[in-house]
Structure formats: C-alpha cells, structure tokens
Design a protein around this ligand. Structure first.
Ligand SMILES: Nc1nc2c(c(=O)[nH]1)N[C@H]1C(S)=C(S)[C@@H](COP(=O)(O)OP(=O)(O)OC[C@H]3O[C@@H](n4cnc5c(=O)[nH]c(N)nc54)[C@H](O)[C@@H]3O)O[C@H]1N2
Ligand SMILES: Nc1nc2c(c(=O)[nH]1)N[C@H]1C(S)=C(S)[C@@H](COP(=O)(O)OP(=O)(O)OC[C@H]3O[C@@H](n4cnc5c(=O)[nH]c(N)nc54)[C@H](O)[C@@H]3O)O[C@H]1N2
Ligand code: SF4
Ligand SMILES: [Mo]
Length: 752
C-alpha cells in the first residue's frame, strides 16, 4: 500500500512543502503539500522530479577510497581511517592553513550543512575557507555588514504587501527566488499586479520575469551600481528623500549626498544605456509609491561593482522610508535566530582581517575568494605553504568557479582530498575518499538559512520520509565523524560533537543576562532537550532559546521541537514586522549610510562612467528545470529548452555570420568553448548568454545521463582575475568575449 510523507524540498530557496508518495522505500510521486503553512501546495518541475532524483542509479551507495590511483568501494570504517590518515599529517606538518575547506551551495539546503561546517572550522582552525558565496551573494553580505553591522542582516522585499517592486538582475520565474525565500514567487508577482502594484525589471535579457513587468529596462551588463547611484542622486536633488520613522536610526545622510552627487542620470545614461528621463522616472515612482521595495540578485552581485550595487539597493530602500516597513524591505525573524539582544552599538563588520597567500586578496566574512582556490593550491610563494589537502562538502567548483581546467589540474596535485558528495563528478573524481550522503528522502530537513530570508516568518521541520537504507550513514553523522577525523579525535563517539555544541551553547546562554535561561543550571537544561538524535536535540535547543522559543519553561507556550512535530505542515509566525533598531550592530548603533570602504570604492565606479564595451559581453542564465551543476543527470529535467546554447541577438548573429543551431566558438580570457547558437531577440544586442553548470564531459565521472549531453563549462571563459574587490566575489556577468562561427577558419571568421 502506498503511503505519504511530508518533505520540504531542498532543491531551491523557495523551500516548498512536498507530499511524497512512497511505495516500500521508494518515492513514486511528489506533489505540493496544500496544507503547508508557507508554500500552500506550490511545486515546480524540480520538486515534482524529487522521486527520480532520489532514486538516481548513479548516486553513490558506499564510500569510495583511492587505492593505487583508482577509487574503489569501501566500508565507512575504512573510509574514515583513510580520512584521518590523509588529513592529520598535512595539518601536523604544514599547519592548519594548508588544509582548505570548500563548502558548496547544497550546504544551505541540508541540516548537516547548517549544523556541522562551523564546528569543523572551529575544530581545525584553518583560515583557508572557500565557499559558493564568493561566486554568488558575498557582495550583499559585505554591504549588509557595513550598513547594518551584521553580514547576515539582509532585508527581504515584502512581496505579499508591497505596492511597487523594482527587481534587478534576478529571474525568479526560472530561479524561484534567491535571498528572498518565497514559494510561488511567480504567483506573488502576479498578485502584486492584480492588486494594482507596479513591477519594473532591470535585466539585459527579456526574461520570463521581465515579460510580466510593467516596465523592462534592458540595461548594459555591469552598470546597475551606476543606475542605482543616479536614482539616489535624483531623490536628493528633487527633495524626495523621506526617511519616515527611520530618521532616528540613520547616520550619514549629508555625507552620502555629497559623495554621489556627480552620478546624475545624465552622467550615467551612456554607460547604462538607459536614458536619463527614465532613470528620473524610476526614482520618482519609487519615492511616490505608498510602499516599495528594491530587490536585486545574481545579476547585480556577480559584477565588478557588486558590493556598491548591493549597498545602493538598501540605500534606496532607506531613503524612501521603505526599509523595515511593511510593504518595503524588512528583516525576517527566524525561529532558530539567536535571542534578540537589546538595541545598541555593536562591534560592526571588518574586512580584510587576513589575506590570501598568492594574490593577497582580503578575506570577507571569514572567506577567501573561490576564484583564488586554484592558485592557492598550485602556486608556491615565500609567504607560506600552499594548500596540500582539501575537504570539499557539497561543491563542484570545477564547474561552478572560474577556470575549471586550472582547478581540475590543481585538485589532481593535492596530497589528500575528501569529498562529501552523492555523485562522482567533475570535482569529486579527484578525491582520495568520497563520502556519499543518503538521498534526500532519507534525510531530515529544516531550513536554518532560508527562514532568515523568508517573506513570511514560519517554521517547519520534516523527519526522514523513509528510513536509512542498510549501509547508509546520515550526512550529519558523516560530518560529525569528519570533524573528529580532521581534528585528531578519529574514533571518538560522533555524538560527542553534538553534546559539545549543546554544552557550549547552554554554558554561554546561562551566563547571558538577556537569555531566558540566565542563571539556570546548564545540565538541567540539557536534560530537558528532546529529539531522536544529536541534530534534533540541537534543533530543539535553538528553537527553545530562539525568539519564539519556550525558553525552557520561561514562556510555556513557546516553540519546542515537540510542538513543531505536532504541526507537520509547519507553524506560521506571521508577516514580516519592523524590527529596527534591534538588528543593527554597527559601532554607531545606526544604519551607517556611507561606510568608509564603500566611499573608498566610489572612484572606481566613477571611472566606469566613461566605459563603453566595444565588443560582446556575456551574461549567464538559469532554467527552471536545472540547478547549478548537479541536476543534469535526471532525464525528466533535461532536454527541451533546458540546453547549453549561446543566446545571441539577431543583429549580432547577422553581423558575425552565425546561424541558429550552428556551433559558435566563444573565447574569453580563460579559454574557449564551442556551443550551438540560439538566435533570439530576448537578449539585447551586444550581449550573449550561456548557462552555467554544464561541461559534463570529463573522464572518471559517474553521471551517465549528464555525460550524454554534456554542454560546455561557461566558467572556462574566465581566468579568475575579475573580482569585485571589496567582497572577492567573482565577476561572472558582463565578461568580455569574442564569438565566431565554429565552422569558419579562425583567420577568416569575423569576430565581434
Ligand atoms: N558562470 C556562472 N557560474 C556560477 C553561477 C552563475 O550564475 N554563473 N552561479 C553561482 C552560484 S549562485 C552558485 S550558488 C554556485 C554553485 O556552485 P556549487 O556550490 O559548486 O554547487 P553545485 O554546482 O550545485 O554543486 C553542488 C554539489 O553538491 C552535491 N550535492 C547535492 N546534494 C547534496 C547533499 O545533500 N549533500 C552533499 N554533501 N552534497 C550534495 C552535488 O552532487 C554537487 O557536487 O555556482 C556559481 N557559479
Ligand atoms: N532553476 C534554477 N533555480 C535556481 C538555480 C538554478 O541553477 N536553477 N540556482 C539557485 C541559486 S544557487 C541562486 S544564487 C539563485 C539565483 O537566482 P536569480 O538571481 O534569480 O538568478 P538568475 O535566474 O540567474 O537571474 C539573474 C538575471 O540577471 C541577469 N543579469 C546578468 N547580468 C546582469 C547585469 O549586469 N545587470 C542586471 N540588471 N541583470 C543582469 C541575467 O540575464 C538573469 O536573468 O537561483 C537559485 N535557483
Ligand atoms: S520551487 Fe524550489 S523548493 Fe519549490 S518545488 Fe521547485 S525546486 Fe523545490
Ligand atoms: Mo547561488
């Protein structure tokens, strides 16, 4: 008899609740959970393919260990023995920084990824941390760190209530949203329009999202910071600044006005390719709307001025009084957030506390740029040891980071590498040990990260939908053992990792005068925790100490794990509410509108006023049925329009002699690739687009379906030198390329 089980979808940031149909131990269908308090039944094709992804025959079932150069199946014991043997000598001989840690995107989609990597970093004490954030949203963290004093305080557009949305460099109809967790983002945009609201989309491509908009501006890639600076100037010039209730919490208004006054609409129009009148209209409309939100994503972050653009987004939200007000952009309050402290000055946010060894690139938020990973392995310098060993958890940087070929080679030269990954792919094929997590149906789920970015406060938890298969190990258990193996405690009881975290957290809480458990006995509190295992007890701990928690009895009707389990479709915690000044942790205790590092970066933006690319530039794109580099092995999600083709405008195609469907050669600073042309007027002239996450043609991988239509790796066009200097974020959009028909001899082919 088939049964059903609930499972929060881990495949994108929308976090939809799914109802799985299960026959035996197999997921045979997935539909949206209509009773889910947040997603209310929404699902997309990826969620619907949950069963196929879960049952992918190419998923690794046992650990792999390298022996005489070949990976062979091994027991968990053998695998962790090999990890301890591989990692410890490197740390002991060369120091902790010679051990790098690479964390990829799915860590924000698993409980294990939320609960253990910070413990790992604390235990091994390496400064060599590289994550997907520096090919993604690091500019937003840096701007939030500087503006609000907290890199994780990211205002989220109040999609359900706003009257006006200015959406920049995001395509939620394909991506389902990012840094704005909103199941059924498309439906929310339609509802905005239905209630008379306005939607403006800024994107060099006429995306599905742009087609919904009242106005679409096909801006020149990389120019958003200029556009936003000019809109800010208009607010000042035309007396449209209105801080409203924010006024007592904002610092630096006159200084900001002075610093950006030369970025007028007329000055930026040429570089943006948006006329000055339109820029003025955008600013006036934003100021006039009863409520409004500016929201920007990947297209505004992965560009040379990513941090400035991210900053100006929240400057505009602030100057129009929309920061922290319903209908504007607000700070969510998640159930597992720390107990909010009383408002007041904080320590603020610093950048560049240490630097990468080779290029001396500054850390941001404790991370070094992923673009520097290859050189940190393959380049010796007098300053210190290169990376000799790597722990890679849920990351495929050979495809997702610049210059995969160089990284591919560098990974092959490591003394030791361990990958925690369900697949043998372009990156994990270099590992000496691969530790495969179980498929998602066998894993529990709670969104620690995305609830802090959600358009409605809510909390949900789903236990594993099917039991662990014999021979499997939960990813939480894998990471706990990995921590022990990496930190010289190989063989100790993995539960000790959770116990240690719980004891430390409670030890601090009882000493904190603002904690609901101040002055209590930590042992007595620990004994009250419920949960089937260590990770559940940690979730219980965070819920109970959190803003809605029971405070271990201090607020008897507050949240606990037990209460959450009684509500399998989740608990709604209400709409986003104003929270300022509490979230601010800047030294002034205010929103610091013109932080020094941003002011110091303005001359670089000023130079961009004169820049006009003469050749073609390339941008990325996402497809609803894809997800970064790892969903191409599921037949139901590939084919049709989900293909690795080069979009180019008919005028460019004509000029270059490129015909639809025929192969074109694309050259960039890091290399060249050949992909079929797809001629479309949905992209502006002068811009071409290739999706990322493709290029599944390397030997030694085990993803049979993906290998049949491998596509090409767009990131091979990059050499890793183009960065946003403040955040270390890779520039992945607006990169110069040369394009020619692949058939033509190089000397004859017209280029650009
Ligand atoms: N040119 C270009 N490049 C880009 C982007 C772009 O827009 N353009 N986007 C960038 C962005 S936003 C991101 S986030 C990065 C993503 O880059 P990465 O973080 O490298 O993410 P993926 O490519 O999705 O690889 C995820 C890996 O995790 C594994 N995995 C899947 N599920 C699990 C699990 O449950 N547990 C574990 N341990 N592993 C799992 C997969 O098999 C895969 O190897 O790519 C970036 N690269
Ligand atoms: N289906 C699917 N969903 C996903 C993912 C996926 O790979 N597939 N990845 C997930 C991840 S890791 C992330 S981070 C999110 C990203 O979520 P989004 O930010 O919504 O990502 P994209 O769909 O790539 O949209 C970025 C848009 O920016 C445009 N753009 C490029 N350069 C510029 C520029 O200089 N200025 C402006 N204004 N626009 C520009 C591109 O044309 C593109 O339409 O999506 C998540 N969801
Ligand atoms: S929108 Fe995202 S979370 Fe929802 S079903 Fe699709 S992939 Fe899963
Ligand atoms: Mo991402």
């Amino acid at each position: 008899m088939p049964r059903t089980a609930l499972r929060i979808c881990p495949l994108c940031e929308a976090t939809c609740g799914l109802t799985l149909t299960i026959e035996g131990t197999r997921v045979t269908a997935a539909r949206g959970d209509r009773d889910d308090v947040f997603s209310k039944g929404f699902i997309c094709p990826k969620g619907a393919a949950f069963g196929a992804l879960d049952a992918d025959p190419d998923r690794l079932r046992t650990p792999l260990v390298r022996e005489n150069g070949e990976l062979r199946e091994a027991s968990w014991e053998e695998a962790f023995d090999a990890v301890a043997r591989g990692l410890r000598p490197v740390v002991e001989r060369y120091g902790a920084d010679a051990l790098g840690v690479v964390l990829g995107n799915p860590n924000v989609h698993t409980m294990a990824g939320a609960l253990y990597p910070t413990v790992l970093l604390g235990a091994v004490r390496t400064r060599s941390l590289f994550t997907a954030s520096t090919v993604d949203q690091m500019p937003k963290h840096v701007s939030s760190g500087l503006l609000f004093g907290d890199a994780n305080a990211i205002p989220v557009p109040d999609l359900d209530h706003t009257d006006h949305l200015l959406l920049i460099g995001a395509n939620p109809l394909e991506s389902n949203g990012s840094l704005c967790t909103a199941p059924d983002f498309p439906g929310k945009l339609k509802a905005l329009k239905a209630r008379g609201g306005r939607l403006t989309v800024v994107d060099p491509r006429r995306t599905r999202t742009a087609k919904l908009a009242d106005r679409h501006l096909a801006i020149r890639p990389g120019a958003d910071a200029l556009l936003l600076a000019a809109m800010t100037t208009v607010l000042f010039e035309e007396g449209l600044v209105d801080l409203g209730d924010l006024a007592p919490h904002v610092d630096g208004l006159p200084e900001l006005r002075e610093a950006i006054k030369d970025f007028t609409p007329e000055a930026v129009a040429g570089a943006c390719d948006v006329d000055a009148d339109t820029i003025r209209t955008l600013a006036r409309e934003l100021a006039a709307a009863p409520t409004a939100a500016v929201y920007a994503r990947i297209g505004s972050c992965t560009v040379p001025h990513g941090t400035l653009a991210s900053w100006l987004v929240d400057v505009l939200n602030t100057l129009t009084g929309n920061l922290d007000r319903p209908g504007g952009a607000l700070f969510p309050q998640a159930a597992t957030d720390r107990t909010p402290r009383p408002a007041g000055p904080g320590r603020g946010f610093s950048l560049g506390r240490w630097h990468s060894r080779v290029r001396r690139l500054p850390e941001a938020k404790g991370e070094l740029p992923l673009s520097a990973l290859a050189e940190e392995i393959d380049t010796a310098t007098p300053e210190g040891e290169p990376l000799r060993a790597l722990i890679v958890i849920a990351a495929n940087p050979v495809l997702s980071a610049p210059d995969g070929n160089r990284l591919d080679k560098a990974l092959g030269s490591l003394d030791f590498m361990v990958s925690v990954d369900p697949y043998l792919n372009e990156t994990s094929r270099h590992a000496h040990v691969v530790l495969p997590p179980p498929p998602p149906a066998q894993s529990p789920h709670h969104d620690f990260a995305f609830n802090t970015l959600a358009v409605r406060n809510q909390v949900r938890y789903t236990r594993p939908a099917v039991p662990l298969e014999p021979g499997r190990m939960a990813e939480t258990g894998i990471l706990a053992r990995l921590i022990l193996a990496a930190s010289g405690m190989h063989g100790a009881d993995p539960d000790a990792v959770d116990t240690m975290v719980i004891d430390q957290t409670l030890g601090k809480a009882v000493q904190d005068p603002h904690s609901p458990v101040h002055g209590r006995d930590p042992h007595e509190l620990a004994a009250q925790l419920t949960g089937a295992d260590g990770p559940e007890r940690r979730l219980d701990l965070m819920l109970r100490l959190g803003p809605y928690g029971d405070g271990f009895g201090a607020r008897p009707d507050g949240l606990t794990l037990a209460r959450l389990l009684e509500n399998p479709h989740g608990i709604d915690l209400g709409p986003l509410r104003p929270r300022l000044p509490q979230p601010l942790k800047t030294p002034s205790g205010k929103v610091e509108l013109l932080p020094a590092p941003l002011a110091a970066d303005l001359p670089r933006l000023r130079k961009a006023l004169r820049e006009r690319p003469t050749g073609l530039v390339l941008v990325g794109r996402r497809h609803l049925r894809s997800n970064n580099s790892w969903l191409h092995n599921v037949p139901a999600l590939t084919g049709g329009t989900n293909r690795c083709t080069l979009h180019l405008h008919p005028e460019d195609a004509e000029r270059l002699g490129v015909r639809d469907g025929e192969p074109v050669r694309i050259k960039g600073a890091g290399g060249e690739v050949t992909a079929p042309a797809e001629v479309t007027d949905a992209i502006r002239p002068g811009v071409v687009s290739l999706p990322h996450g493709w290029g599944h043609d390397r030997p030694g991988t085990r993803q049979a379906h993906a290998g049949r239509e491998p596509g090409v790796n767009v990131n091979q066009l990059l050499d890793g030198t183009l960065l946003d200097p403040l955040s270390g974020n890779a520039v992945l959009n607006g990169i110069p390329v040369r394009v020619s028909p692949a058939g033509a001899p190089a000397a004859l082919a017209p280029e650009n």
